[in-house]
Design a protein around this ligand. Structure first.
Ligand SMILES: [Mn+2]
Length: 354
């Protein structure tokens, strides 16, 4: 497994590559063109520039998170083929630049959703949290303001203001989209991009929905083992794979993460490994990575990844905000570095006890 950290790029991420380089065991970063809007074709010069910036800092780009999917593709409207052409062109340029992993999600309207970005815990750390009871009281068109007001001025991934200004229009676009239609639009998209993925060896890794249940009545189709198996079997190409995000899948206590890992096997192309603490039905917070601090068994998760031969990039996911750091919520350096070292320690112990 290759240890990585997410980095949002120059001008967006207050954590610098120099600091990431000093995290013991780091292999590379997962990055993106943060200024690109869903549907844009990425320019070759921009991709080569960010690649050079990362390599000049002594790191490599281990994958892209994310190349976002335009809503026309998710809803399957009549302009989708144009946006799929753009996506294919972006994949070709990434492939030519030697980048072979792309994470994406297929969530309607809202990306990951939380009700608090700075819930205070007993030790003074703050964390992202979610409580369905609070969501049930929020009108969807106000959701962006709820998130944005707590973001400390940072633009959050998946919550771009330009897109969120059109929330009502977006809801209108999805009015007739149920789970089956969303799934068939995903299948159409995957079938269209597989030739370019196969040509360049680009592994597509769909990210689970977060939280792993429908929100605001919108369909969500990437939330359990059955969904994930359906996706990889619908387009049975090794390039069509999954981002195993333990925190997103783990938001639902019904999901047996080690079992999911063992059933997906070599179709896991990327792993986000973090813990969550369940406080009650539909109510969870993002804990420290240690098993003892949350509800997931991190040893069993790392063991399942090891046993199934996972060799791809893995990153600690959201961390707590600690030690007075100011950062994008969930993406401070300190707690993610602690998480990465802990996961590396688990892996070393697993390997040596074989
Ligand atoms: Mn994730």
């Amino acid at each position: 497994m290759k240890m990585t950290m997410r980095w949002f790029g120059p001008g967006y991420d207050p954590v610098t590559l120099d600091k990431i380089r000093q995290v013991p065991g780091i292999f590379g970063v997962i990055t993106t063109l943060y200024g690109a809007s869903p549907g844009d074709e990425w320019k070759k010069s921009d991709i080569l520039q960010i690649k050079k910036t990362v390599e000049d800092a002594g790191l490599v780009i281990a994958g892209i998170e994310s190349v976002n999917i335009h809503d026309s593709i998710k809803t399957g409207d009549k302009t989708r083929d144009k946006y799929i052409e753009n996506y294919i062109a972006t994949l070709k340029t990434l492939g030519e630049a030697g980048i072979d992993l792309v994470c994406y999600n297929f969530m309607p309207v809202f990306d990951w959703t939380r009700t608090d970005l700075a819930k205070k815990r007993a030790d003074g750390a703050t964390v992202l949290s979610y409580d369905q009871k609070l969501i049930d009281k929020i009108q969807p068109e106000n959701m962006f303001d709820v998130i944005n007001s707590k973001a400390d001025g940072y633009v959050l991934p998946g919550w771009e203001p330009e897109r969120m200004a059109k929330v009502k229009e977006l809801f209108e676009m999805y009015r007739d989209i149920d789970e089956e239609k969303l799934f068939s639009n995903l299948e159409y998209f995957l079938k269209a991009i597989m030739p370019v993925c196969s040509k360049y060896g680009i592994k597509m890794a769909i990210h689970p929905d977060d939280p792993a249940w429908p929100v605001f009545g919108l369909p969500r189709i990437v939330r359990c083992k059955e969904n994930l198996l359906r996706i990889i079997n619908a387009v049975n190409n090794p390039c069509n794979g999954v981002t195993l995000c333990t925190g997103s899948l783990g938001s639902n206590p019904q999901n047996d993460i080690p079992g999911i890992i063992r059933s997906l096997k070599d179709r896991i192309h990327f792993a986000h490994v973090r813990n969550v603490k369940h406080n009650g039905p539909g109510d969870f917070e993002e804990s420290a990575h240690l098993s003892s601090d949350g509800s997931l068994d991190m040893y069993s998760i790392m063991k399942a990844l090891y046993d199934t031969g996972f060799e791809g990039p893995l990153r600690p996911d959201h961390g707590r905000t600690i030690w007075g750091e100011t950062s994008m919520p969930g993406y401070g350096l300190y707690d993610r570095a602690l998480g990465l070292c802990y996961l590396s320690g688990l892996l070393e112990a697993i390997k040596k006890s074989e």
